[in-house]
Design a protein around this ligand. Structure first.
Ligand SMILES: Nc1ncnc2c1ncn2[C@@H]1O[C@H](COP(=O)(O)OP(=O)(O)OP(=O)(O)O)[C@@H](O)[C@H]1O
Length: 256
């Protein structure tokens, strides 16, 4: 059987001021279809770097290993091709686009994906109807649709906008790099509900999180612990509870 998302021996580095810095040192991870996995790890372990590499950010150089998604070489795909394959990527700080109307931006994004999948694009009227329903669902003011993308949005509003985008795009794989610092409990719940509402046999997610709290709301099928550029331990959702109580020490010691 072809695996869904398979990351094997992934190594990546960056050219930093102090010289070449190897950050990912052989990541192995298998995410089956329909599952939600979380990646946790101490500061500086490479979690965000992994999400940037999966997104195709050019400043990170992949030096070995590979990533297969639905049988395709993901690292060889452009960001547009990744979206067309059904991948949605969300980052800690969503990008601001001054002068770009949010509703138009969302419709362009949705239609680009529909077109790439060979499906019918949405006209302005039916899109507006859909997006208004979704904003109500997310307790988001419809005013946000008229504003420039993320410009002057609060942290929580940016998160809601991102979840709105995810629900409209209906990805088969969502990769979320989440910091919950600065997000209030409602914003955290919105992110969690956004993921949970899409959960099902056709949806998988990789939730990279820097804190355990988010996993009270998104209960993952598996948790991977990352340290110093490697996955050092994998297990069930109980790992998140263990980490909350005892920290990373025992996992780090066991990994040597
Ligand atoms: N552009 C860069 N220049 C120099 N070093 C970098 C760069 N990007 C990442 N690093 C280093 O790579 C390591 C991993 O960083 P990364 O942000 O991926 O970790 P993280 O696990 O997401 O950390 P945190 O939990 O603190 O957000 C860190 O030591 C970081 O300083």
């Amino acid at each position: 059987m072809t695996s869904f998302l398979n990351i094997r021996d992934l190594r990546a580095q960056i050219e930093a001021d102090e010289g070449t810095k190897q950050i990912l040192k052989g990541i192995n991870l298998d995410l089956p279809k329909g599952e939600v996995h979380a990646i946790m790890g101490p500061n500086g372990s490479g979690k965000s770097t992994l999400s940037y590499v999966l997104a195709g950010r050019e400043d990170y150089e992949v030096t070995a290993g590979g990533v297969d998604f639905k049988g395709q070489d993901l690292l060889a795909c452009t960001p547009e091709e990744r979206a067309a394959l059904g991948i949605f990527l969300a980052f800690q700080s969503p990008i601001e686009l001054p002068g770009v109307n949010n509703a138009n931006f969302l419709r362009t994004a949705v239609n680009a994906v529909l077109k790439a999948r060979g499906e019918k694009e949405m006209d302005a009227v039916s899109f507006l109807k859909l997006v208004r329903e979704e904003t109500r669902h997310l307790t988001m003011s419809p005013e946000m649709l008229k504003r420039a993308v993320n410009v002057g949005f609060s942290g929580g509003e940016k998160k809601r906008n991102e979840v709105l985008q995810m629900r409209l795009l209906k990805p088969s794989l969502a990769i979320l790099d989440e910091t919950d610092s600065g997000l209030d409990i409602d914003a955290l719940r919105i992110v969690a509900q956004g993921v949970n509402s899409l959960r099902g046999p056709e949806f998988s997610a990789l939730v990279i999180t820097h804190h355990q709290r988010l996993l009270d709301y998104i209960v993952p099928d598996r948790v991977h612990v990352m340290a110093q550029g490697r996955i050092i331990h994998s297990g069930g959702p109980e790992i998140a509870k263990q980490l909350e109580k005892h920290g990373y020490k025992e996992f780090l010691e066991a990994a040597g």
